[in-house]
Design a protein around this ligand. Structure first.
Ligand SMILES: C[S@@+](CC[C@H](N)C(=O)[O-])C[C@H]1O[C@@H](n2cnc3c(N)ncnc32)[C@H](O)[C@@H]1O
Length: 344
C-alpha cells in the first residue's frame, strides 16, 4: 500500500477511502476504532500514526471482514439502543430492528401499568417504527415518576441486549432474562456488569419458561434394585414468576432456509436462528405457556420474521385469551413486532 510512514490523520482518511471500496465506510471506520481503541469521532480529530505495522494489522482485519466474518465478531462489540455490547460467536449480533421491542416497552411503560398503549387496544393497529425518541447520543431514561414498577421477562436473551437496555432505560423495571445457551448467558452477564446492572437483572439457563423452574426433585423408591421416581416436584427459581411483560426475539428462521442465508448470518450460532420447520416453533410454546407467567392483562412483545404475522396470529388466536393490540413495521416496511395482551 502506498502510504507514507509516521504521518498524520490524513493517512487515516486514505485508509478509510481505500478500504471503503471493498467494505462499507462504516465498517472501515469500525475496524479503525477497534485498531486504535478510540471513538469514531477521534478518527477525524486526532492524529494517529499509520505505520507499516498498523497497515498490516488493518489489512488482516479487512481480509477477515471480506471473507464473511461480521465486523462485530472481529471487534467483539456491537451497538444496540446506543449502548455498547460485548459479542462473541456464541451470540447473535443484535439487530437494529430489535430496538423496536425495547422502544415499544419503554413507550408503553409511560402509561399506567398493564395497559397497552392507550388507543391501540382492540384495533390491531399497524404502526411504523419511529426511532426519534432514542437517538444513540441522547438516551432518555424514564424517571421514577413516569414509570411504574414493572416486571419483565426477556426470553432468549442472547447477549442480553434487550434486558440490559430495558434495565438501563427503565429504572423501575425488575428483569429476568433466560437463554438455553450457557455461553450466551455468560456474555449477557458480562454485559450487565459492564453497564453496572448486575444487581437489577437475574439470568437463568433453560429451555424457554423451563429456565424459571429451579429443579426437579425426585424421591427414589427402591424396587428390587431399580430406582423409580415416585414424586417429581418442581420449584420456581423466581419467587413469584409472574410478569407484566414477556418480551422475546426467538429464533424464527425456517430450518430449510438456513443453508441459503448470507455468509455473515451463517457464522452466527444456529441455535439462535433455527425456528423449526416453519420458523414458528418458539411462538407455539410461548402461546401455550405464557398465561402461567403473565399478570392479568399482561403483554407479550415478539419480534417476528418476514411474512410470519398471519401464522403467529393463528397460533395465538387458537387459545382465545390473547389479543393483538399492535403490529409494528420496521424501517423497510416489514411487519417486525407483534404486541399482544392477555384478556384474562
Ligand atoms: C434470535 S436470538 C436473540 C438474541 C437477543 N435476544 C437479540 O434480540 O439479539 C435467539 C436466542 O435464543 C436462544 N435460544 C435458542 N433456543 C432456545 C430455547 N429453547 N430456550 C431458550 N433460549 C433459546 C439462543 O441461544 C439465542 O441466544
Amino acid at each position: 500500500m502506498l502510504l507514507k510512514n509516521n504521518v498524520c490523520k490524513k493517512d487515516i482518511f486514505c485508509l478509510i477511502d481505500k478500504y471503503s471500496r471493498v467494505i462499507s465506510r462504516v465498517e472501515a471506520e469500525m475496524l479503525l476504532e477497534y485498531l486504535f481503541n478510540c471513538a469514531r469521532i477521534d478518527l477525524y480529530i486526532r492524529d494517529f500514526k499509520v505505520d507499516k505495522t498498523i497497515e498490516k494489522l488493518y489489512d488482516s482485519l479487512v481480509s477477515r471482514r471480506m471473507s464473511g466474518e461480521p465486523v462485530q465478531y472481529i471487534t467483539g462489540r456491537a451497538e444496540f439502543m446506543g449502548l455498547d455490547f460485548i459479542v462473541t460467536k456464541d451470540v447473535l449480533i443484535p439487530r437494529p430492528e430489535t430496538e423496536i421491542l425495547v422502544s415499544e416497552i419503554i413507550n408503553s411503560s409511560r402509561f399506567p401499568a398493564r395497559e397497552p398503549l392507550a388507543g391501540h387496544s382492540n384495533n390491531n393497529k399497524e404502526t411504523k417504527f419511529s426511532h426519534l425518541q432514542y437517538s444513540s447520543s441522547g438516551h432518555e431514561s424514564i424517571s421514577r415518576e413516569q414509570s411504574q414498577e414493572v416486571k419483565i421477562l426477556d426470553l432468549c436473551t442472547g447477549c442480553g441486549n434487550i434486558a440490559v437496555s430495558l434495565s438501563k432505560l427503565m429504572p423501575q423495571a425488575e428483569i429476568v432474562a433466560t437463554d438455553i445457551s450457557e455461553a450466551a448467558l455468560k456474555i449477557a452477564e458480562k454485559n450487565a456488569l459492564r453497564h453496572d446492572l448486575s444487581d437489577r437483572i437475574k439470568f437463568y439457563k433453560g429451555n424457554l419458561f423451563n429456565a424459571l423452574i429451579f429443579a426437579t426433585f425426585a424421591r427414589h423408591r427402591n424396587n428390587g434394585g431399580l430406582s423409580i421416581n415416585t414424586d417429581i416436584k418442581q420449584e420456581s427459581v423466581v419467587k413469584n414468576p409472574k410478569f407484566d411483560i414477556i418480551v422475546c426475539n426467538p429464533p424464527y428462521i425456517k430450518e430449510g432456509e438456513l443453508p441459503y442465508l448470507q455468509k455473515e448470518v451463517k457464522v452466527e450460532p444456529e441455535i439462535a436462528l433455527n425456528g423449526g420447520r416453519d420458523g414458528l416453533d418458539f411462538y407455539r410454546v410461548i402461546a401455550k405457556e405464557s398465561h402461567r407467567y403473565l399478570e392479568k392483562g399482561g403483554s407479550i412483545l415478539l419480534e417476528i420474521g418476514f411474512g410470519q404475522k398471519k401464522g403467529i396470529e393463528n397460533i395465538f388466536s387458537s387459545y382465545n385469551i390473547f389479543e393483538i393490540y399492535k403490529v409494528i413495521k420496521d424501517f423497510s416496511g416489514i411487519e417486525r413486532a407483534v404486541c399482544l395482551k392477555t384478556l384474562t
